[in-house]
Design a protein around this ligand. Sequence first.
Ligand SMILES: Cc1cc2nc3c(=O)[nH]c(=O)nc-3n(C[C@H](O)[C@H](O)[C@H](O)COP(=O)(O)OP(=O)(O)OC[C@H]3O[C@@H](n4cnc5c(N)ncnc54)[C@H](O)[C@@H]3O)c2cc1C
Length: 71
Amino acid sequence: MLARRSTFEFVLRERTEARAGVRTVRGARVVGLITAPDDPCRVIGVHTADGRTWTADLVVDASGRRTDLSD
Ligand SMILES: Cc1cc2nc3c(=O)[nH]c(=O)nc-3n(C[C@H](O)[C@H](O)[C@H](O)COP(=O)(O)OP(=O)(O)OC[C@H]3O[C@@H](n4cnc5c(N)ncnc54)[C@H](O)[C@@H]3O)c2cc1C
């Protein structure tokens, strides 16, 4: 497939955000994880640098190869 990456990313984002239940939050830097009280290996949310807390059924780390996940 030949396409500009920015075009591909724009279309992918547009189609994703058009789906029900999807909300994009820009500029939110994750600084910590919240784990289940009964299972420290199960991540149920994140803390962001602005002091907010976000809970979720599923948390996916897609922060790239320099991920801070191991820390
Ligand atoms: C100069 C250059 C050229 C490249 N050219 C090509 C190419 O031609 N073809 C190709 O296939 N690949 C190319 N690559 C590789 C490609 O860019 C990566 O493989 C790809 O971007 C990885 O995608 P990703 O979603 O895993 O991570 P990324 O694209 O790195 O996305 C990670 C995202 O997570 C965000 N993030 C990080 N930490 C946090 C945090 N704590 N809280 C919230 N968000 C966070 C970042 O801001 C970023 O938006 C190139 C890479 C570079 C550097």
